[in-house]
Every structure is written in C-alpha cells, then in structure tokens.
Design a protein around this ligand. Structure first.
Ligand SMILES: [Mn+2]
Length: 175
C-alpha cells in the first residue's frame, strides 16, 4: 500500500511548502506539488517533491509527468493547458489516451475528487488561496490500497476536514 500527499497552488508561500515537506517527508511515499508554487525550479525543496509548472511559474519545471506506482499510473499536471476552467472534458480525454488511473491537477483552487470512466481526478485545492464554495486552504492524502483508494483532505493547520473524506473501490479486475 502506498501513501501520497498532494498539494498545489501555494503561490509564493514558501513556508507552507517547507512545513508540509518537513512534516510528511518520512510519513508518505511521495509528495506532489501540482504547480503555481511561484518558487524557483532550482529550489532545494523540490528534491523531495514531484512537481510540475503552472501558468504563473518560472521556467525550468516539467509541464507534466506520468509515473507508475504499484497498480496505478499517475498523471500529474497543472491543467491550465486543458481549458479546465470550462470543464474537465479535455482533461478526461487526455487522461484516457495516457491510460492514467489517477490524475492529479491544480489550477482551479477548488477541491475536487471524482471518478470519471474509471479514472480518479483529484484536485487538492489551493493551500493559500481557495476559491469557490469550500473556503478551505487544503491539501490531500491518498491511501492507495490494493482494493480501495481512500482520500482525506486536510486544512493548512493539518487538521482533517471531516466532510472531505472519499473512498473509491477499484474496479473488479477483468479475467
Ligand atoms: Mn494558481
């Protein structure tokens, strides 16, 4: 079983990225930052993260990355190139082409966690500037179990957000 932490859109807040790194580095398998950190791509903090660039980031970041983790293929992307302000259709289509099982994105500053055609799409929200209905500065921790994926959102003071817990059973494996 793997455990990953996902954050995004910290927009210049160095301390919270460092805080999360220091707190979780030895507690999770991987740390993801989905872009718009507004930190330099050469910052040493990124040695401990899988990070991609967002629309307001400096040059030097990867645009996206695809990685295998146990049974999952994780596609990490900021999302601004897929017109996600107008809906996730373009992102859905691209995720299918890449055969991703989990898509980690950002950009919208809105918590969202849903399964679409067997693919889990997760936006951790923004750790500094939440937008929309859920006004929480947030990040997410995913437990990637063999049979179930559990997601818990936390606020920036590291308290679990009670209503923001999700569980998705994996599809029955095809014989
Ligand atoms: Mn942003």
């Amino acid at each position: 079983m793997k455990k990953i932490l996902v954050m995004s859109d910290s927009h210049g807040d160095y301390e919270i990225v460092k805080d999360i790194r220091d707190r979780y580095k030895d507690k999770v398998d991987l740390l993801f930052h989905n872009g718009d950190s507004e930190l330099l791509a050469t910052d040493k903090l990124w040695q401990d993260f899988l990070v991609v660039g967002g629309n307001v980031d400096f040059a030097g970041f990867k645009d996206e990355q695809l990685l295998e983790l146990g049974p999952d293929i994780i596609w990490q992307i900021h999302g601004h190139r897929y017109e996600i302000n107008f809906g996730l259709e373009q992102l859905y289509a691209a995720a299918q082409k890449k055969k991703a099982t989990i898509v980690l994105f950002g950009h919208l500053h809105r918590i969202s966690c849903k399964k679409h055609q067997g693919i889990l799409f997760l936006n951790p929200g923004s750790i500094t500037h939440p937008r929309g209905v859920i006004q929480e500065k947030s990040y997410a921790i995913l437990d990637l179990d063999e049979k179930i994926i559990k997601i818990q959102y936390y606020n920036r003071y590291h308290q679990p957000l009670k209503k923001l817990h999700f569980e998705f059973w994996r599809e029955e494996s095809q014989v």
